[in-house]
Ligand binder design. Structure first.
Ligand SMILES: Nc1nc2c(ncn2[C@@H]2O[C@H](COP(=O)(O)OP(=O)(O)OP(=O)(O)O)[C@@H](O)[C@H]2O)c(=O)[nH]1
Length: 434
């Protein structure tokens, strides 16, 4: 699925790997590569531009952790942007006690196959589907659904040549009532291209059957083309959700990545083989992970987000107080074990600095020390003379040595930040500061 796009995106991000620091030029280069990869994958131009801009803004606004390299931050950011482009949270059609769903789409899109797949899928979930072969002009299309219906063990109601929407409605209602069918799947007529008569027919059938969902079946292999089809169908018939078929083929990804933004409709399902079982609910996060060649990147991004690490921009060395320092450590603690975190990233065999983990008890002591300081002391620990340090140790139930160690670690962090700031624009911190 999307092999070429996947390879190109991974390559673009890999350029940043193994570097402790990246320049703005590096990031620009990577974003340029990402944009090219998207356009080659037939992603809508506007969508590709917005995507890259979003990644850029997020990467810049995001605080870089000592233990996460810029490549990892960019990776997590691209992952999130991909997930969003694919629709964000997974969406499923609403199921009620009784349901009528339309399947609409061009001939060859996989509409009939998808109708049978949906029947099988929901039958497996305890529903009682009824398939309706609703092409009033092509007996061959109805015949195809009849065969598929038999295969999946779901009854098929076939319309007659030229049958009126009203008559279809009556027959469907009667059959559903008699056989206690609670999910009516209507395989509507397909044409090779959008044509006015087809649209009119669909509009009339819709007025008669009043479907709860109108699912547009799109062939992912047709890329951008699929989206103009989607817009045409939506304008005339009204679409509630999409099914992308043939994602198992060598679809480039353009349709999937552009569909949500261009049509505003959620992708409910993906067709992943010709067989009746080849239908999957569409999970944006899993697909985004797969495109980036790593399932676990989802977990990483979630951890970074949960820890709220991107919430505050880093202060300058001059403004840094002991309270900020404490907050940073709290963030590290919330991330949990860094060795665990790094294991989530394939190809990161980096050895961790000694004693990087902050355990709960040690952290509590550090916190107690900072809390025992006056606001002035927290702002500027240089005023901490021996007697103040003794007072703090006593107040926090710790030792003077521990107070000294904390102050020293703070001064070192400040010094490190300063030296990075001197290389502002090229250094890690400068790079990611707005
Ligand atoms: N590989 C793959 N093939 C699919 C998928 N969905 C449908 N197909 C194939 O695509 C072709 C067209 O599918 P149909 O279901 O006949 O398409 P349709 O839109 O109903 O077309 P008409 O019945 O002619 O109106 C068939 O050969 C299907 O087997 C899919 O998810 N993966």
């Amino acid at each position: 699925m999307f092999q070429q796009l996947a390879a190109r995106l991974q390559e673009a991000i890999d350029r940043l790997r193994g570097r402790g620091r990246i320049t703005e030029e590096d990031l620009k280069g990577t974003l340029r590569e990402i944009r090219r990869a998207l356009i080659e994958a037939d992603v809508n131009l506007e969508v590709a531009r917005a995507f890259v801009e979003e990644v850029r803004e997020r990467a810049l606004g995001r605080k870089v952790l000592e233990s996460l390299t810029p490549a990892e931050v960019v990776l997590a950011t691209v992952y999130e942007a991909l997930k969003e482009a694919l629709g964000g949270e997974p969406k499923h059609p609403q199921l009620k006690d009784r349901n009528v769903w339309f399947l609409v789409g061009l001939q060859g899109s996989g509409k009939t196959t998808t109708a049978a797949k949906l029947a099988l899928y929901y039958k497996g979930k305890g529903r009682r589907p009824l398939l309706v072969a609703a092409d009033t002009q092509r007996p061959a299309a109805r015949e195809q659904l009849r065969v598929l219906g038999e295969k999946v063990g779901v009854p098929v109601l076939e319309v007659q040549d030229g049958e009126s929407p009203e008559s279809i409605r009556r027959r469907v209602e009667e059959r559903a009532r008699l056989e206690v069918r609670d999910l009516v799947l209507v395989d509507t007529a397909g044409r090779l291209q959008i044509d006015e008569r087809l649209m009119e027919e669909l509009v009339r059938l819709k007025a008669a059957l009043r479907p709860d969902e109108v699912l547009l079946v799109l062939d992912a292999m047709t890329g951008q083309e699929a989206l103009s089809v989607a817009q045409a169908f939506d304008e005339r018939v009204g679409v509630t959700g999409l099914v992308l078929t043939k994602l198992d083929g060598d679809a480039r990804g353009g349709a999937a990545l552009s569909a949500r933004r261009v049509t505003g409709k959620p992708i409910y399902f993906a067709g992943v083989s010709e067989r009746p079982e080849g239908l999957e609910p569409f999970y944006p996060d899993r697909l985004a992970g797969r495109i980036l060649g790593m399932g676990d990147v989802a977990t990483l991004a979630e951890k970074v987000r949960q820890a709220g690490l991107e919430a505050e921009a880093p202060k300058s060395a001059k403004e840094l107080t002991l309270e900020d320092f404490l907050k940073q450590m709290q963030n590290l603690k919330r991330l949990g074990s860094f060795s665990e975190l790094l294991k989530l990233l394939p190809g990161v065999g980096r050895a961790l600095p000694q004693g990087f983990q902050v355990d709960e008890r040690a952290f509590k002591r550090l916190e107690a020390i900072v809390l025992s300081m006056t606001p002035e002391e927290r702002k500027d620990p240089r005023i901490l003379n021996a007697s103040r340090r003794r007072r703090i140790a006593k107040g926090s139930g710790t030792t003077v040595q521990e107070v000294n160690r904390l102050v020293k670690a703070f001064e070192e962090t400040k010094a490190l930040m300063k030296s990075l700031e001197r290389r502002k624009g090229r250094g890690l911190m400068g790079m990611f500061r707005r």
